[in-house]
Design a protein around this ligand. Structure first.
Ligand code: GDP
Ligand code: MG
Ligand code: K
Length: 279
């Protein structure tokens, strides 16, 4: 039957290699991504010979600043895996969720593997998993790759969402009614402007729009906009910069961190809080 392909994506030191080894056992193949000296490791999930998971390089963002980031982006946009397993270091969650938000914009079925939960526990903290799933709009599975905890549940979720193509429930992280509404207007205006181009280029619309808003030249080239459309795009982005008093990259980063702080504020129980609660 059909092969269920997965991308394993996450920040450096999130436990990606440890998880990849847990998922595939000794069933691995090492190669290279075309044109770059970045290792490519593939393997079937053990017990599921109809799967193929690729360990992507560790990155912090989906911007074209490094060959690792480009490799990850090209892999997901071109090879179109059936699912993404996004590993997140729960002990460093705010920083790690920055990549999560960009991965969600790709509109590929995705599960968050919340790793290092043993460390979080040992430090006396906890995370409200159901609330986090609700706010992010993707399944979240707490795991410890090092201690082999939660791996079977993660595999069940990954297989399910790839089989039924369950995509992230939401990708609209900017709000129309707070001080970041200028970012919201900008991204939505760009989506409207580039809709046909994004479809022709095979780039998910929301991903393309927020990348353009950040000033991503590679995506701009790929969309093949007309000169008048490029002028309109620049006008839309300049308007946002003016209203936010931030440059384009900073305005989009600010929007993402604002959303992450909202999510973490409602779901991450810090060690001190849980001790106070226990008293
Ligand atoms: P990568 O850079 O994302 O491939 O991360 P690695 O798999 O190399 O792991 C980075 C470090 O974190 C290593 O020292 C691992 O042993 C450790 N590590 C990975 N998973 C866990 C985990 O679930 N809990 C703890 N405490 N450490 C982990
Ligand atoms: Mg690694
Ligand atoms: K850590």
């Amino acid at each position: 039957g059909e092969i269920l392909t997965f991308a394993l994506a996450g920040n450096q030191n999130s436990g990606k290699t440890t998880l990849f080894n847990r998922l595939t056992g000794s069933n691995q193949h090492v190669g290279n991504f075309p044109g770059v000296t970045v290792d490519r490791k593939d393997g079937a999930i053990k017990g599921h010979s109809n799967t193929l998971i690729t360990d992507l390089p560790g990155i912090y963002s989906m911007s074209p600043y490094s060959s690792e980031e480009m490799v990850t982006r090209e892999f997901i946009l071109r090879e179109k895996p059936k699912g993404i397993i996004n590993i997140v270091d729960a002990s460093n969650i705010e920083r790690n969720l920055y990549l999560t938000m960009q991965l969600m914009e790709l509109d590929v079925p995705m599960v968050v593997a919340l790793n290092m939960m043993d460390e979080v526990r040992e430090n006396g903290g906890s995370i409200r998993i159901n609330e986090m799933e609700e706010l992010l709009g993707v399944p979240v599975v707490p795991i410890s790759a090092a201690k082999n905890e939660g791996i079977d549940e993660l595999i069940d979720h990954a297989l399910h969402l790839a089989k039924y193509q369950e995509r992230p429930r939401q990708v609209d992280f900017c709000s129309a009614d707070d001080e970041r509404s200028a970012v919201h207007r900008c991204i939505h205006a760009i989506m409207h402007l580039i809709e046909d181009h994004a479809q022709r280029a095979g780039i998910p619309l929301r991903f393309a729009a927020s990348k353009l808003a950040e000033g991503d030249q590679v995506i701009l080239e790929a969309l093949e906009l007309q000169d008048n459309e490029k002028e309109m795009l620049e006008h839309i982005i300049l308007q946002m910069e003016l209203e936010c008093s931030l440059d384009r990259a900073a305005a989009i980063a600010d929007m993402r961190f604002h959303f992450i702080q909202e999510v973490c504020g409602q779901t991450v129980v810090k060690p001190q809080e849980s001790r106070e609660h226990a008293r």
